[in-house]
Write a protein that binds this ligand. Structure first.
Ligand code: NAI
Length: 304
């Protein structure tokens, strides 16, 4: 069973993706009476036509999560046009602290995927509020950021998106770090195809695209739903996929006690391995800017 706390735009879309891929049964919870049940019914009706036999239930009662081995948290407030992820900090920290305690009570053995923004900080709140080991709390950001980087690159280079292998690490926010040196087109290094100025342009566009989507359609929904489903599948099917995601570091990259996006292995125990990359001075400076922003956010968190 895969649990979803938050059946709003992103939660419902992610549940639909996970259900459509037949990954596992689904249990949704939302604080708005009837919303999770309604979404569950709507998804079930679609599955009846497409012939996928997973069960989808919804409730406003957290006991619905019982038996979940993965729980996706999208509950909370979303960014409005003009808002940064940090603006959301105080309000969502309170919501996420209480949500995390309910998840720990009803799905004590689960791996939690935190989505709510500001994600690296909310993932930290989930970790502290649940008391789960750090491998069982992971944040979604990098997979979505790299899908945006791939889109920008495919337009710039005029190549199939499927030929692009990209990597985006760091803070899921203003300091995200698209790594051109670790990106290739069918194995051909990106840095041999674009000069420094062109690389910088693609990085700036990648940082900008999320806010473009929010200002045009009100929220980012489809790409986050897909990124969440990819992480759920990696854990539920023990695929040992290497993806960028947010995890609490313990000395890697010279950082301890702060969670940020890095390449890691996702399998049935959650984060099974963290990979350390050799960053050059510029990349390292950007990564550490993200670390410092997250540190400031941790210091500004309301008391638990
Ligand atoms: P939304 O407003 O459509 O849905 C949020 C849902 O959470 C609502 O249905 C609300 O009733 C529910 N909720 C609030 N408090 C709750 C509680 N205590 N228990 C259970 N449910 C509760 O928002 P949307 O667009 O789905 O975004 C959700 C979050 O995900 C936002 O914080 C957004 O910024 C974030 N996000 C993060 C991304 C990432 O890459 N990490 C990508 C896209 C969105």
């Amino acid at each position: 069973m895969i649990g979803f706390v938050g059946a709003g735009r992103v939660g419902a879309q992610a549940a639909l993706e996970v259900a459509s891929q037949g990954i596992d049964d689904i249990a949704m919870v939302d604080i708005i009476p009837g919303l999770a049940e309604g979404e569950a019914l709507d998804i079930s009706h679609k599955l009846s036509e497409t012939g996928v036999d997973v069960s989808v239930t919804g409730s406003s009662d957290y006991s619905n999560l019982k038996g979940s081995r993965v729980v996706v948290i999208t509950a909370g407030l979303a960014r409005k046009p003009g808002m940064t992820r940090m603006d959301l900090l105080g309000k969502n920290a309170v919501i996420i602290g209480s949500v995390a305690k309910e998840v720990a009570k009803h799905a004590p053995d689960s791996v939690i995927i935190t989505v709510t923004n500001p994600m690296d900080l909310m993932n930290y709140v989930v970790l502290k509020a649940t008391g789960f080991p750090k491998n069982r709390v992971v944040g979604m950001g990098g997979v979505l950021d790299l899908s945006r980087f791939k889109h920008v690159l495919s337009l710039k280079l005029g190549v199939s998106r499927s030929s692009i292998t990209a990597l985006v690490i760091g803070e899921h926010g203003e300091n995200m770090l698209p790594l051109a040196r670790y990106t290739s087109i069918g194995g051909v290094p990106l840095t041999s195809l674009l000069n420094e100025k062109e690389v910088e342009e693609t990085i700036q566009s990648t940082r900008q695209v999320a806010i473009d989507v929010i200002s045009k359609k009100g929220a980012t929904v489809d790409a986050p739903g897909n990124a969440i489903a990819r992480m759920v599948r990696a854990i539920a099917w023990d695929r040992k996929e290497i993806l960028p995601a947010s995890t609490l570091l313990d000395g890697q990259y010279g950082v301890t006690g702060i969670g940020i996006g890095v390449p890691l292995m996702l399998g049935s125990s959650g984060v099974e391995r963290v990979y350390e990359l050799d960053l050059n001075d510029g990349e390292r400076a950007q990564f550490m800017k993200g670390v410092d922003t997250i540190k400031e956010g941790v210091a500004a968190l309301p008391p638990a």
